[in-house]
Design a protein around this ligand. Structure first.
Ligand code: ATP
Ligand code: MG
Length: 564
């Protein structure tokens, strides 16, 4: 990409946050067709929970509509009753709202248009543009030909209009079993585009629909229903992912041949979001849920919107991510480090920084008065003064991270070791004088002395120390379980299909961590930065009145730096 183009992309994203080429198309149309406003839609199939890939589509569709002063509909593409469920409808509505988008009164279901679709199909039959076909699925595949060979006409292609009307009506009335007949468009079986070789418009499925019940036993195919849904709703720009590029001639054919629509929608394709170490398909995510490999669709490891929410990711971070990655036609895989960057960037000035010891080791200050307690004043967030300060209890017995002590210090280890002095954050300098081991040789206690002169905030300048440790006062500490996460999926070099495998180490549960009392009033969903350990969120499912459970949202280490 030239330097000039790069600038253009960033300028566009400042404007609408939605990339470059789609804006160009829209500008073209707004001019040439005199459209005064843009209508888009987000059209999920309610067959699973939304994932971060859908977030890209949501931000794009709602973002463009907002930018051009148009409207974006939420429309459920519920034409496949066997896989769909109201649970999914409800979760999708919740997720879109949570992401910060509003469809106002424009909530639609493709199933509301089933009567219309049926009429449109009858019109195509009457116009000699559709026929009822008795080929089985296997036969149809055979007749369809391949990329290099043309298809063959179905022997049922030349049925009379009357016969087709009669058979189609009887299909609707439930006279035929599943798979025995289809309604097909009569287009061109020799077309180089396989999608145009007399595609199926309707199939028979004696299945209960979550909204229309048992009214229908024939259901429209996606390629027939989708353009009609768009046209009925007056969608001007139907934005979808690249795999539909080859279907665009059929999309246009359906609208043109059904005819009579005020607005002729234009289909525009963009590349779907793929993320490293992430499965991005409802079908594959559903398999993980059904096999019990995760704690439901909202397992904090899942790339679902509900999983990200439970983990503690904010809608602001997701929207920022979608803006940063931009929109293009080239398929690629985005580094999931970019998402982590956006998450940190959003939380860094919003969250209170507190001290939590995840792998505790007792530290005893031998020269500190027994029974004394001091309150140390610490800033809640060094980057955001408006979050104020708090008082943190300090006494003779504390906890520090087990990792912050080494019996025999490695090179450049500036933390605690026999004879070494460190600063306890916001408190005093302490020097290690001794340590205790259990019968297995594990270190169970570290003994230190403190220097009362070195109290934080006293202006002490006598000497400097290199290490600063976080700590928690033992008596007043709050116990919690803390879950750390690694990527849920790993590339599998042994699988030529490119399918990833579940990371057996994607979750680590730390029991009995100690956190300073500042978190005692935290509610489910509250977020904190644990000093030196990352960003954490109070789990909404597993936290009880007795015990906090925290999920690590993201660590502090960043693998990604944005270009300036
Ligand atoms: P999945 O395979 O995960 O079920 P889908 O495309 O079948 O995905 P839909 O419910 O049909 O899921 O998607 C609704 C909208 O979201 C569509 O317009 C689709 O193109 C878009 N979408 C789905 N996945 C992605 C993705 N990874 N990146 C961008 N847009 C996506
Ligand atoms: Mg799908």
């Amino acid at each position: 990409m030239s330097e000039e183009n790069k600038n253009e992309v960033s300028k566009e994203s400042e404007l609408g946050g939605t990339g470059n080429f789609i804006h160009n198309y829209i500008m073209e149309d707004l001019g040439s067709e005199g459209l005064c406003k843009l209508n888009t839609r987000f059209p999920p199939e309610p067959n699973g929970y939304l994932h971060i890939g859908h977030a890209k589509s949501i931000c794009l569709n709602f973002g463009l509509a907002k930018y051009y002063g148009g409207k974006c509909n939420l429309r459920f593409d519920d034409t496949n009753p066997t896989k769909e469920d109201v649970e999914y409808v409800e979760s999708i509505e919740e997720d879109v709202k949570w992401l910060g988008f509003d469809w106002e009164d424009r909530l639609y279901f493709a199933s509301e248009y089933f009567d219309k679709f049926y009429e449109y199909a009858v019109k195509l039959i009457k116009d000699g543009k559709a026929f009822v076909c008795d080929l089985t699925a296997d036969e149809m595949r055979e007749y369809r030909g391949t990329l290099s060979t043309p298809g063959k006409e179905s022997p049922y292609r030349n049925r009379s209009v009357e016969e087709n009307l009669d058979l189609f009506e009887r299909m609707k009335n439930g006279e035929f079993p599943d798979g025995s007949k289809t309604l097909r468009a009569k287009i061109d079986v020799t077309s180089p585009n396989i999608n145009m070789r007399d595609p199926v418009l309707y199939r028979i499925a004696h299945a209960h629909h979550h909204r229309t019940g048992d009214k229908w036993c024939i259901y429209p195919m996606y390629d027939f229903a989708h353009p009609l849904e768009d046209a009925i709703e007056g969608v001007t720009h139907s934005i979808c992912t690249m795999e539909f590029e080859d279907h665009r001639p059929l999309y246009d054919w359906v609208i043109e041949n059904v005819g009579g629509f005020e607005i002729v929608p234009r289909q525009i394709e963009f590349a779907r979001l793929n993320l490293t170490n992430t499965v991005m398909s409802k079908r594959k995510l559903r398999a993980l849920v059904e096999e019990g490999l995760v704690d439901g669709w909202d397992d904090p490891r899942m790339p679902t919107i509900s999983g990200l929410r439970r983990r503690g990711v904010t809608p602001e971070a997701i929207r920022d991510f979608c803006e940063r990655i931009g929109v293009s036609k080239a398929n690629s895989k985005v580094d999931s480090g970019i998402l982590d960057y956006c998450i940190r960037d959003d939380l860094k000035s919003k969250t209170n920084v507190v001290m939590a010891v995840l792998k505790p080791l007792k530290l005893v200050i031998t020269n500190y008065p027994e029974g004394q307690i001091e309150y140390m004043e610490l800033e809640n967030n060094p980057e955001n003064e408006s979050l104020g300060k708090r008082m943190v209890p300090f006494s003779k017995e504390l906890y520090i991270e087990a990792d912050d002590f080494m019996e025999v210090p490695a090179k450049k280890y500036f933390r605690l070791a026999p004879g070494k002095e460190v600063r306890l954050k916001g408190a005093y300098f302490v020097t290690c004088t001794d340590f205790v081991k259990d019968e297995n040789g594990n270190i169970t206690e570290v003994h230190c002395t403190y220097d009362p002169e070195t109290k934080s905030g006293s202006g002490f300048e006598g000497r400097k120390v290199k290490g600063t440790l976080h700590w928690v006062n033992a008596d007043t500490a709050i116990k919690a379980d803390v879950r750390l996460y690694a990527p849920m999926m790993l590339d599998n070099p042994d699988d030529p299909s490119g399918d990833m495998i579940m990371n057996p180490e994607s979750i680590e549960v730390l029991k009995d961590c100690y956190i300073e009392p500042a978190i005692s009033a935290a509610k489910a969903g509250d977020k904190f930065q644990f000093m030196r350990n990352g960003y954490f969120c109070v789990d909404t499912k597993d936290t009880t009145d007795e015990k906090f459970v925290f999920n690590r949202i993201v660590s502090l280490k960043s693998s990604y730096k944005p270009a300036k």
